[in-house]
Design a protein around this ligand. Structure first.
Ligand code: SF4
Length: 223
């Protein structure tokens, strides 16, 4: 697999840069961790663990390309306007507080949406209960489990113009989440300006219209 990084002028001028293999949900194996460590050794890099990711740092652009190819996985995009790796907590049965099983849903969303190109970067998070360990309320699209399904929140981000997500739907079954996200992404894709985060697009165009366009009426918040 070839990374598109060679086309990015400022990276071409840098001597070293980080390479992050895409590990959905941070669910890995001892074998994969050994393989990443061996490849870091092979190319003279070192490792940094950040959230759900293990980054090989200190590689040249050419070695980074080779490392990702040898690992046989996708590379995380760290500057592109794409959907980033989906964050999710362990959920049922791993966590005693879980009300929904966030892991299969998180993997399903990562499989479908990771890497899609959009007007700006977009983060998705799934938590199995209102404790919100995956921080869904500071993600562009976040959700947390309740006894009756998922509560869906939209428009958050923890960047320079940080914003708390707004709850837009309640009691959503896990099987319905992906189709609602497809509607939200279609809205953002057609209306978002370049580098504008989803929440900023909705702020600019109006929340009522966004909700009308994307959220099925049966899941609207009840007062
Ligand atoms: S969000 Fe809830 S279910 Fe998920 S890890 Fe935290 S406490 Fe457990």
């Amino acid at each position: 697999m070839t990374l598109p990084l060679g086309n990015i002028p400022f990276l071409n001028k840098r001597i070293k840069f980080p390479v992050t293999p895409h590990i959905p949900g941070g669910l890995t194996t001892p074998e994969q961790i050994r393989q990443i460590a061996d490849i870091a050794d092979q190319y003279g890099g070192s490792l940094k663990i950040v959230g759900n990711a293990i980054t090989i740092i200190g590689l040249t652009l050419a070695d980074g390309e080779k490392a990702i190819t040898e690992l046989g996985c996708k590379g995380e995009s760290f500057i592109a306007k794409t959907i980033r790796s989906v964050s999710f907590c362990p959920g049922k049965p791993a966590c005693p507080r879980a009300l929904q099983d966030s892991t299969p849903l998180g993997l399903e969303l990562d499989e479908e949406f990771f890497g899609q190109e959009l007007p700006g970067k977009l983060r998705i998070a799934v938590s199995g209960c209102p404790n919100c360990c995956a921080e869904p309320l500071v993600k562009d699209i976040g959700m947390y489990g309740t006894a009756k399904g998922y509560t869906l929140a939209v428009g958050g981000n923890s960047g320079l113009k940080a914003q708390i997500a707004k709850v837009v739907a309640e009691k959503v079954p896990s099987e319905e989440i992906a189709s609602i996200i497809r509607c939200i992404l279609a809205y953002y894709h057609t209306r978002g300006k370049t580098k504008e985060r989803l929440g900023q697009t909705i702020n600019r165009l109006g929340w009522d219209e966004f909700i009308k366009q994307t959220i099925p009426e049966k899941y609207l918040q009840t007062k």
